[in-house]
Design a protein around this ligand. Structure first.
Ligand SMILES: Cc1cc2nc3c(=O)[nH]c(=O)nc-3n(C[C@H](O)[C@H](O)[C@H](O)COP(=O)(O)OP(=O)(O)OC[C@H]3O[C@@H](n4cnc5c(N)ncnc54)[C@H](O)[C@@H]3O)c2cc1C
Length: 283
């Protein structure tokens, strides 16, 4: 890459911070924008941290959704450890995830069992299956027996349960390491507290082929712009003349976070098993 490139990365969630780190470590100057006061205040910090292998997408029996997420998820741990220069050991959930099937599920239990078996086969045949958070090269979904299901949930509404070899990472821990990594990178200039309003192409201007305008500054020139704004992305894309590719949906969830002096065991799965476990997530 040419040394004089100066790239604006819009949005300092996991996408923007990862991109900024990759670029900076290849010698590129990066300005990293976020309207919040620090990186990682949004979905990237507060999501469930599940590194999806595709088991969740049983409503898409074509397996396209599973194929879409699989390659990136298998390499998530390796790439993240490389970016953060630290091991994820200890912030990965210890047990296989459990999927429960509601009796009114759009995907009936038998179809779900079939779908999960297909995903397992997809995972096993992937060349990077051994590089997942745990070795997934022997991935299998296992249906709970009736006794196991009753011991797990007494709810009549649940018709079946399946263990799948999916894991989650502790997102607060990961977020904090990203903050440190970005702060330690001299080629990244943080532009926090600035709302990006527009990114526009400028033809072949010698000052840079793109401008970025924010609520605080006049348009500034950059050689390229990478839009990682998540919920803000489409509005800024439009200012660059890029039309929305399709219908956009947003997911909102309310969560309750408690701080306790000691570990709390809930009947739900345990997300945290390091010191941060004081933040027990209830859903
Ligand atoms: C409740 C919930 C649970 C989820 N669970 C999972 C899961 O288990 N596994 C999984 O893989 N994914 C999960 N996801 C999805 C995952 O969180 C997102 O795909 C991921 O965090 C997106 O990262 P990002 O960097 O693109 O966006 P974000 O983390 O949202 O970062 C975008 C940044 O852009 C900034 N921004 C937006 N507009 C502007 C603007 N105009 N100017 C300046 N800054 C702006 C925001 O402040 C934000 O910091 C979940 C999402 C939600 C909401």
């Amino acid at each position: 890459m040419r040394a004089h490139r100066h790239i604006a990365v819009l949005g300092a969630g996991i996408m923007g911070c990862s991109t900024a780190l990759f670029l900076a470590r290849r010698g590129v100057a990066v300005s990293l924008f976020d309207e919040a006061g620090e990186p990682f205040t949004g979905a990237s910090r507060w999501n469930e941290g599940k590194i999806h292998l595709g088991y969740l997408c049983s409503a898409d029996s074509s397996l396209r959704s599973a194929q879409h997420v699989l390659s990136g998820s298998l390499l998530f741990g390796k790439l993240t450890e490389e970016l953060l220069d630290t091991s994820l050991d200890g912030v990965i959930t210890e047990q296989d995830d459990l999927y429960l099937c509601h009796r009114d599920s759009l995907v009936p239990a038998d179809d779900m069992a079939h779908y999960l078996a297909q995903v397992s086969s997809l995972v096993r045949s992937h060349p990077d299956a051994g590089k997942y958070l745990v070795d997934a090269s022997q991935a299998r979904a296992r249906q709970l027996s009736r006794t196991e299901l009753n011991a797990t949930t007494g709810a009549d509404e649940i018709s079946a349960g399946f263990h799948v070899p999916e894991r989650s990472v502790e997102t607060n821990w990961v977020a904090d390491r990203f903050l440190q990594a970005v702060a330690a990178e001299p080629r990244i200039t943080l532009r926090l507290g600035e709302r990006v309003l527009a990114a526009q192409p400028q033809g072949n201007s010698v000052h840079g082929r793109w401008t970025v305008a924010t609520d605080l500054r006049q348009p500034e020139h950059y050689s390229e712009v990478i839009n990682a704004l998540w919920h803000g992305r489409m509005g800024v894309d439009q200012t660059a003349g890029i039309a929305a590719a399709g219908v956009w949906s947003n997911r909102y969830r309310q969560s309750l976070f408690l701080r306790t002096r000691q570990r709390v065991r809930t009947p739900l799965r345990n997300y945290c098993h390091r010191p941060l476990r004081r933040h027990q997530k209830l859903q």
